[in-house]
Write a protein that binds this ligand. Sequence first.
Ligand code: HGY
Ligand code: MN
Ligand code: MN
Length: 418
Amino acid sequence: MTDLHIDGQRLWRSLEELGRVGAYTDERTGLIGVNRLALTAADGDGRRLVKRWFEEAGLAVRVDAIGNCIGRREGRDPSKAPVMAGSHIDSVPTAGRFDGCLGVLGALEVVRTLNDARVATERPLEIAFFTDEEGCRFGTDMLGSAVACGRLPLERALGLCDKDGKRAGDELRAIGFSGDHPARLAPPRAYVECHIEQGPILAAAGMDLGVVTGVQGISWWELTIAGRAAHAGTTPMRLRRDPGLAAALINVRLDEMARSGRYGAEMRATMGRIDPRPGLVNIVPSQVVCTVDLRNPEDADMAAAERDLFAYVKEIETRLGVTVEARQTARTPRIRFSPDVQAVIARQMERAHLRFETILSGAGHDAQELSALCPTAMIFVPGEHDGISHNPREYSTPEACARGVDVLLHTLLELGAT
Ligand code: HGY
Ligand code: MN
Ligand code: MN
């Protein structure tokens, strides 16, 4: 079946059509971005479109209690555990068209290709989009796949609230994707996810694709820093208890920690959200809510960095007379993917005479949750513009996307053959 190939143009058309759902014009750059924040109306529109495509491809589609949507293509032996592929179609508010979508629409393109060629697989094939992989609305990432694979209890996930106090469970019902199928997934035979790299490494090395060895550790915190509101004009600096200053000093510390090398050369730290209240020009804030995103490939270094951060936070509390309440919102260790599945992927890349190298993922993915359930690995597709992502400039070429999905096709065929 080596001469079987996916239809790259059909894949590209699907990426473009889904990319129009939740599209917006970035007023600063004029670029067209995508905003399909998890469980919003736009996410619901995108879900309905892709679910219809699953049904039109002849799949038996189920929606589970956390809104994961899974399409099943029967195999010759329905009793065997399926081979699975998928990703997510929810996006950050300033996204491009590829993050997550390539893995879902790539898996759909595999099904469409097998249907056109009337190819039957020994094992069933299941393709999926998982709920709220991004995590930036309800505060913890891989929400749907974490419930499906047992890391997060369903009720806890449904009870999470966004910054306006809206509950994930209510929002899921509001978009019509609160399914009645149990959320816990029976272990597949294997799971393979095709995803854009979202970084500069593969393109800089002149690679066509990457074989992903695992995912680095992730630690998210929400800090609520309480000070005292005061008049900006009349309050001398020595009398202030300024949470805005505290947040700024903590941010500078994060940057210093990440650049220092004390926690390894790959340590990354980001303060993505800084919300002053009341947030007005002539009032020293009473409170600042800010977030911390730490990434590290080594769990010991991550733990040491967290100790450093919170020792510094204590120092700032004393120095500035503020209080800091820290709430951990996400924590996943360094994940190592299956060497066997990586070997299948590499074999398919060699067969296709592609240039590839192994790579550790800087970003979190649904695959890291599935790896707790079954042998799992990923295929990375390089991006243009240094692989920029979570930005409307995100772009991979039609050729690169087609190469990645063609390897996905042959990887799934090999894994699904016995
Ligand atoms: O944050 C991440 O790594 C992923 O994009 N959710
Ligand atoms: Mn993603
Ligand atoms: Mn993302």
